[in-house]
Design a protein around this ligand. Structure first.
Ligand code: AMP
Length: 572
């Protein structure tokens, strides 16, 4: 135990030194990235010519979005001269991120440097969390799920960023030391079966569980909703010492069966009586795991709608925020673990990337000449878009988030996540832009054509009124389509959203079946009336393609016009 806690102190001391000199460290980090990649086509083409200073970087390298990198990354994926395109060393892994612009997942370069950054983020957030909530052995119910890896036609390994991390030697060691489940459960490739086994393994070691974790908080909610359904089966497995027949994935079955080993009727009876004594599952986590100290994961931003349910399951345990980043790179760690998710902030790690900020201006005034700032220029209370330059070949890349500076830890800014910029439809980790919605509606138009119908107008809404949340698309249709055709439309639309976050959430039921609500003819006209009566110009009017919760009036107009509802049959 002494060693465990001593390690945390060293990590904190190290982070204190780094953040005291955050501005200098940023400069050094940028210099290192530019030096390492001086031979890359991207930097050479933009005229950097081996220079590594901040001023040359800012004057030569343009601000960018994913679109600007797409052709470079595609060439890497295709195996076209794998080295020296974005980085001097070859990129051998590509992450699939949720796409926002073109209705398809984005390719993002990944390499060992990003893996190291991941370990740095873990180390820092663990150090501060363990200082507040010391652990004895450090084991938890970790609801971690790896996806499958594939190869691009050029032989580059392709998977989500988290799967790259989980598949690494470094993470496998973490699984061994800190997970209750064996790695076969993490790599079970069947979400339902893995959830079952994660819960079972934790119950078998219930006194050892000191925390509950998942990367995004909604997976914890989902796991305990599942627990409500399957607890008797889990108890029966423990009583008999035999794993349920529902677990068919061979490696996972073998590994978990080994842990069950012998019948344990006492443990089964004790879990059963705890479950029976709970009222509406309040406090199920500390009840099952009496030595648990907290529940943690990414709990901010799109995860906030899940906090009520999470608090219900967590009872009196604190909810602790983990870190902030994206497939494009890590940004910061939560070093104030006692802050509730509603006020959680993330302190930038100045040594893992170079960060720049573009101020958000009220009413878009002066949008064309917004300055690009370094960490030293940030003002507390102001909001910014954030740009990343990382070690895997992204330079001045706008990740599309808006953050607010809530203060500084030494000289490192503390960021509060505000929202995603330009993202319209989102339930949890998914992101869909106006373009993505348009593509899905275009597909529906093709289906409707067979019934001689067409889409007059449409908008969308992320309905979180029941769990899991789901997409609702309001359609006004010209003509009369049959029930069968409209159900086909809902299924077709559901399958048209290709962003990785949506697909993975749909597959795991983190997002429910897409719903089409057909509205009466003239409903969208009433929306136009509503806007124009509030002063909007008809010539400039654009139907909002996604209705936010704040836009109650428009939602009321749509709801009043609903004639019929149809649900997708996809992902069953
Ligand atoms: P992805 O690239 O699919 O991993 O999604 C990354 C996005 O998830 C970020 O750009 C944020 O919008 C969101 N995200 C990640 N971490 C957090 C966090 N701690 N709080 C709020 N949103 C987050």
């Amino acid at each position: 135990m002494g060693g465990f806690n001593k390690l945390q102190h060293t990590d904190i001391d190290e982070f204190e030194i780094i953040t005291k000199n955050a501005v200098g460290v940023q400069k050094e980090t940028l210099g290192r990235i530019l030096k390492e990649n001086a031979e890359s086509e991207y930097l050479l083409n933009h005229g950097l010519a081996g220079r590594t200073d901040t001023e040359s970087f800012k004057s030569c390298i343009p601000l960018a979005t994913h679109k600007d990198f797409e052709s470079y990354i595609q060439r890497i994926a295709d195996g076209d001269s794998p080295s020296s395109i974005l980085t001097t060393k070859p990129i051998t892994q590509i992450s699939l991120s949720s796409g926002t612009t073109q209705g398809k997942p984005k390719f993002i370069p990944f390499n060992d440097r990003i893996l190291n950054d991941t370990m740095e983020i873990y180390k820092t957030s663990n150090a501060y969390r363990h200082r507040e909530y010391p652990l004895t052995r450090g084991k938890g119910l970790q609801l971690v799920y790896a996806g499958k890896q594939a190869r691009t036609k050029g032989g580059v390994i392709l998977s989500t960023a988290t799967t790259h991390v989980f598949s690494s030697e470094e993470y496998r060691k973490i699984i061994h030391k800190t997970h209750c489940s064996p790695e076969e459960v993490v790599f079970g490739y069947d979400f339902q079966q893995s959830t079952y086994c994660h819960l079972l393994c934790a119950l078998l070691n219930s006194d050892e569980v000191e925390f509950v974790f998942s990367k995004f908080g909604h997976s914890i909610v989902q796991a305990f909703r599942t627990f409500e359904q399957i607890w008797e089966q889990l108890c029966s497995d423990i009583r008999e010492g035999v794993l349920s027949k529902l677990i068919t994935a061979p490696a996972m079955r073998t590994a978990v069966s080994k842990l069950l080993r012998r019948p344990d009727p006492d443990l089964a009876t004790s879990i059963e009586s705890k479950c029976r004594n709970l009222t509406d599952w309040y406090g199920v986590i500390p009840t099952l795991f009496p030595n648990s100290k907290y529940v943690y994961g990414i709990l901010t931003g799109a995860m906030e709608p899940y906090l009520n349910k999470l608090r219900h399951y967590a009872g009196d345990l604190p909810l602790v925020s983990a870190y902030y980043g994206a497939s494009e790179g890590w940004i910061g760690a939560c070093i104030d673990p006692t802050d509730p998710p509603e006020t959680a902030t993330y302190t930038i790690l100045p040594h893992i990337g170079y960060f720049e900020f573009i101020p958000i201006l009220k009413d878009n005034q002066g949008a064309t000449s917004r300055p690009v700032l370094g960490i030293e220029d940030l003002v507390v209370g102001k909001e910014y878009e954030i740009l990343i330059t990382n070690s895997a070949g992204l330079y001045r890349y706008n990740i599309g988030d808006v953050v607010r500076v809530s203060g500084f830890h030494n000289a490192a800014p503390k960021l509060k996540f505000v929202c995603r910029r330009n993202v319209l439809l989102s339930i949890n980790i998914d992101k869909n832009s106006e373009k993505d919605i348009q593509i899905a509606v275009d597909e529906v138009g093709k289906v409707l054509k067979s019934s001689k119908c067409e889409v007059v107008d449409f908008t969308s809404y992320a309905d979180r009124s029941s769990q899991p949340g789901h997409y609702v698309v309001f359609l006004e249709i010209n003509g009369k389509a049959s029930e069968r055709v409209l159900e086909e439309c809902a299924t077709c639309m559901d399958l048209s959203f290709l962003d990785a976050g949506y697909l993975s959430s749909r597959k795991t039921n983190g997002i429910g079946a897409l719903e089409i609500r057909v509205v009466r003819n003239g409903t969208f006209g009433k929306i136009l009336d509503h806007y124009t009566s509030a002063g909007a110009a008809v010539s400039q009017f654009k139907t909002p393609r996604c209705i936010g919760a704040a836009n109650e009036k428009v939602l009321d107009i749509l709801t009043a016009g609903v004639e019929d509802r149809y649900f997708s049959n996809a992902f069953k």
